[in-house]
Design a protein around this ligand. Structure first.
Ligand code: DX5
Ligand code: ZN
Length: 214
């Protein structure tokens, strides 16, 4: 089954409670929360207090994507805030194995992401303990960018690695996913679809989520 995890980076930040309700009504499976520190990526978005606030007003599992340099330092805040799954980046400056172990020990699902120019082989060391792999299909930092086509073979490569080593591991893609390119991404093996602008910018949000998740 495909899961759709709309990115609230494209939501109306002045009305997050009603935006979360709108996602629930439209059939989203999770809500993807993009955390940016202005250092790992050239943009600043939201932090743990906002994750905590939305976890109180919504039952949607929160898929928290940490685009931050030092997830080890901030991890407890995101665990306590009610994250369901926490993704860190292989390229971050913390000890990746240690942070993944800390996420698991806290009873939260753990995921590892790679940026477009990081090879899938960088995941091999950690694949056995991951609940999810996130293949970035744009350079992280901003919503509304165009899907980078050279990421398609990376999705297929990650699918092969998962099938061989940890078949229960989910495979998420994030960045530039639309109702037009999603079928190819699913055919390559993705089963969790993040989409920001194509969900919040859709005329019919429910229909967009149906297409992304079918
Ligand atoms: C990019 C973020 C994405 C982004 C997706 O750094 O990780 O989650 O918000 O937005 P769209 O779907 O608009 O590319
Ligand atoms: Zn994201």
């Amino acid at each position: 089954m495909i899961k759709v995890s709309p990115s609230i980076l494209s939501a109306d930040f002045a009305n997050l409670e009603s935006e979360m309700k709108r996602l629930e009504t439209a059939g989203a499976h999770w809500a993807h929360v993009d955390v940016m520190d202005g250092h790992f990526v050239p943009n600043i978005s939201i932090g743990a207090p906002v994750v905590k606030a939305i976890s109180k007003v919504s039952d949607l599992p929160l898929d928290v994507h940490l685009m931050i340099s030092d997830p080890d330092f901030y991890l407890d805040d995101f665990i306590k805030a009610g994250s369901h799954i926490i993704t860190i980046h292989e390229e971050c400056s913390s000890d990746v194995g240690k942070v993944l172990a800390r996420i698991r020990e806290a009873g939260v699902k753990c995921a590892l992401s790679i940026k477009p120019n990081t090879p899938v082989s960088a995941l091999e060391k950690y694949i056995d303990i991951l609940d999810m792999v996130l293949i970035m299909t744009v350079e992280p930092g901003f919503g509304g960018q165009k899907f980078i086509d050279f990421c398609f073979p990376k999705i297929a490569e990650a699918r092969a690695l998962i099938d061989a080593r940890n078949p229960k591991c989910l495979l998420e893609i994030d960045g530039g996913v639309t109702c037009d390119n999603v079928a190819a991404a699913k055919a390559a093996g993705a089963n969790v679809i993040v989409a920001g602008s194509s969900v919040f910018g859709a005329e019919d949000m429910k229909r967009a989520i149906e297409i992304l998740g079918e």
